[in-house]
Design a protein around this ligand. Structure first.
Ligand SMILES: [Zn+2]
Length: 348
């Protein structure tokens, strides 16, 4: 089966032009400082245009709720605050503004960045989680990594177990409805939190109208006894039409300036992608644009976009949804180009 896995990237479309997409996850209800950060990011993106005049794009993986610290403490039961509450209006406005300016495209990250039963089980037995909730319960990126996975059952602790199919279907239906209510249209692209999901989640996404699945190139279905990702169940390639009905994309270039990723390092990765005639989907989280990191990250984003345009004058700025829907149009018909790209993919 190993050799079969190594052939998978050969099936992906061979692009005619470099494609560059920045994907940013975790934005959602919380401190309105996010609205300012989003507007600042939009301002940088708007300055950079591709040869066809399209502005640089950032897809935003939206989280639709955070725990309601006050009510949880008062009742001992789970309660959430949703993104469509008036308090979060400035954040929704900043997102919508970015969409109408053509620089943002909104994707479904999840109703919450955890499975609420897992959160509550740990809240009951772990002082650190209670402190986190009382202090800054909207900063889900500060929870233990395994708890940030949404599509697992870890109520009785680790290792995780799969959630029931019917439970997943109900939860996906709910998150799609809440997204629709917040933004006025249903989501078409889903990004499973921490990239942990299973076949039942894919089927539920399709059933709820999702068309595109963002993956890191493989599927992790659970967490082991130490909270680590369990070994991948399967691989994915760009443009793969899944049996669930979704189209898969692969996001595997990492741009987290706050963690030390430089524009130069990212450019080398984009170069490698282009040699293989594959799109470059970058991953960057909201924490890069909060906590005093904003100015340095905006500067890094600005430099990166300038360098990308300089080095790849034919680059196309697209949304992931657009890319997934236009794979055939974006493919290079030349057999020589195709063979060369496939050879480079084969070499790895
Ligand atoms: Zn996330």
């Amino acid at each position: 089966m190993r050799w079969k896995e190594s052939l998978r990237p050969l099936a992906a479309p061979v692009l005619r032009q470099p494609v560059f997409i920045v994907e940013s996850d975790d934005w959602g209800p919380g401190d309105p400082v996010q609205a300012e950060a989003l507007r600042a990011v939009a301002g940088v993106l708007e300055h950079h245009r591709d040869a066809a005049g399209r502005p640089a794009r950032m897809t935003i993986g939206v989280v639709l709720s955070v725990p309601d610290a006050g009510r949880i403490a008062a009742t001992g039961d789970y309660h959430a605050r949703l993104l469509d509450e008036p308090e979060y209006r400035p954040i929704v406005d900043a997102l919508q503004e970015g969409v109408s300016r053509g620089v943002f495209d909104l994707q479904l990250h999840g109703l919450a960045h955890y499975w609420s039963d897992n959160l509550m089980a740990l809240w009951r037995r772990d002082e650190a989680v209670r402190r986190w909730l009382a202090k800054a319960g909207w900063r889900t990126e500060r929870l233990p990594a395994w708890l940030q996975s949404r599509w697992i059952d870890a109520v009785d602790g680790l290792p995780s177990r799969p959630l029931d199919r019917s439970v997943i279907r109900r939860a996906v239906r709910e998150e799609v409805e809440v997204f629709h209510r917040c933004f006025g249209y249903p989501p078409k692209v889903a990004v499973p939190p921490t990239f942990v999901w299973d076949g039942n989640v894919e089927a539920a996404y399709t059933e709820a109208g999702i068309e595109v699945l963002i993956t890191p190139g493989r599927r992790y279905a659970g967490r082991d006894a130490a909270g680590r990702l369990t070994p991948p169940e399967r691989g994915y390639y760009n443009g793969e039409a899944l049996s669930s009905g979704l189209i898969a994309l692969v996001r595997d270039v990492y741009f987290e300036p706050a963690l030390g990723h430089t524009p130069e390092g990212v450019l080398a990765a984009v170069e490698r992608k282009w040699r293989r005639r594959e799109p470059a989907l970058l991953e960057t989280h909201r924490f890069n644009f909060l906590d005093g990191n904003l100015e340095a990250s905006l500067d890094a984003l600005d430099r990166l976009l300038r360098e990308v345009r300089g080095r790849f004058p034919q680059v196309r700025f697209l949304s992931s949804r657009h890319l997934a829907g236009a794979m055939a149009d974006l493919s290079d018909p030349s057999p020589v180009v195709r063979l060369r790209a496939l050879w480079r993919r084969w070499l790895g």
